[in-house]
Design a binder for this molecule. Structure first.
Ligand SMILES: Nc1ncnc2c1ncn2[C@@H]1O[C@H](COP(=O)(O)OP(=O)(O)OP(=O)(O)O)[C@@H](O)[C@H]1O
Ligand SMILES: [Mg+2]
Length: 337
């Protein structure tokens, strides 16, 4: 099995809510990430899905150390980077890069495309001007843009082209892992498949690992090896894409999947399907026990009290003792584990 490249272990990211102008004191906490453990192997694509506000971006930022963690640990390539100082992080940041949802974010309007792509190289490598130009041209070529784009300005590019520039920037330092935070969500539907295919090709050519944060489960099924489903700061189900998307076990994953193609909840209910109703609760006041219980059609009394941990269930892990009771979980464990 390929070795683990990045590992989040019981990561918590809490944002204090302060009150008082002169002597601010903490009056509450937003539990954006509340005990997440996830590993990404070399060359693996891990999808991260969940409703808006479930903590996906915060998890990605914690991995990149763009966000300090409140508790837990972050490892990259065997190195504990949880509290790594800036100098150490600089070396890690060549190996682990990011593409954001908004293509504008990767294009400074006052910078030509060539300079935007060259920027990470200028920070991390000492190249002659000619070598830098060659490398920028090669990077643009890899993302499907002609080298003449180097002289263009961001406003001359379409959204899809700007996102290609964002990907070229993320590739510049030859990373092993890229966090892709909804890289296709802001793009026109017709362009989404092109950018998704580009990401897939690059991954195969370069043996890249991705953390692919997405809302589009079709895209996740296309690109990812495994997928983790988040609800209110916790992972509720994680496993191979074929298992989790093909036959979801956690009621939340089931509801999330059913809410995708079925925009008509009445028709879904008529077919006996559970529909995702109501809004995700605030991470300021998460429900007791299983955070999903107020919206879950399969909840039993104990779901209100006990917060379920992830348990191995075949090739996946599920945090639901109702759909995956302990007896069945034990029976499904592979003999060797
Ligand atoms: N800097 C911050 N200060 C306070 N609360 C924050 C901060 N960043 C995020 N949050 C809160 O943490 C929770 C998780 O946010 P996050 O952006 O990680 O969700 P998400 O799953 O990425 O959502 P989306 O799908 O909308 O991008 C939200 O309730 C959000 O309001
Ligand atoms: Mg987000």
């Amino acid at each position: 099995m390929p070795e683990t490249l990045a590992q989040l272990s019981d990561v918590h990211v809490h944002f204090p809510v302060l009150d008082g102008m002169l002597f601010p004191r903490e009056v509450a906490r937003v539990r954006a990430v509340d005990g997440v453990s996830l590993g990404i192997r070399k060359g693996e694509v891990l999808g991260l899905v969940g409703e808006s506000g479930s903590g996906k971006s915060t998890t990605g930022r914690a991995l990149l150390r763009l966000q300090d963690v409140t508790a837990g640990s972050v490892h990259f390539a065997g190195q504990d980077i949880t509290r790594a100082p800036r100098r150490e992080l600089q070396a890690i940041r060549r190996r682990m890069t990011v593409v954001f949802q908004d293509p504008e974010a990767s294009c400074n309007p006052r910078m030509r495309i060539g300079d935007a792509v060259a920027e990470p190289l200028r920070v991390h490598e000492r190249l002659t001007a000619a070598a830098l130009d060659r490398k920028v041209a090669a990077l643009l070529d890899q993302v499907g843009l002609d080298e003449s784009y180097a002289l263009r300005w961001p406003h001359e590019l379409s959204g899809g082209q700007r996102q290609r520039v964002g990907i070229a920037r993320a590739l510049a330092t030859d990373p092993e892992l890229i966090v892709l935070d909804e890289p296709i969500s802001a793009l026109d539907v017709s362009i989404q498949a092109q950018v998704l295919n580009l990401l897939d090709d690059l991954r195969k050519q370069r043996g890249l690992a991705y953390l692919f944060i997405a809302h589009d489960l079709g895209a996740v099924a296309h690109l990812c090896d495994r997928v983790a489903v988040m609800y209110l700061g916790r992972v509720v189900e994680v496993g191979p894409v074929a298992d989790v998307i093909g036959a979801p076990h956690h009621p939340y994953t089931q509801a999330l999947l059913r809410s995708v193609p079925l925009h008509d909840p009445q028709a879904a209910r008529a077919r006996g399907l559970q529909v995702l109703e109501g809004e995700i609760p605030s991470p300021l006041h998460p429900p007791s026990g299983c955070a999903f219980h107020p919206r879950c059609g399969q909840a039993i009394a104990s779901c209100r009290q006990n917060r379920p941990a992830l348990q191995a269930f075949g090739r996946r892990q599920v945090a639901c003792p109702v759909t995956c009771p302990a007896a069945t979980q034990a029976a499904q464990l592979p003999i060797a584990s």
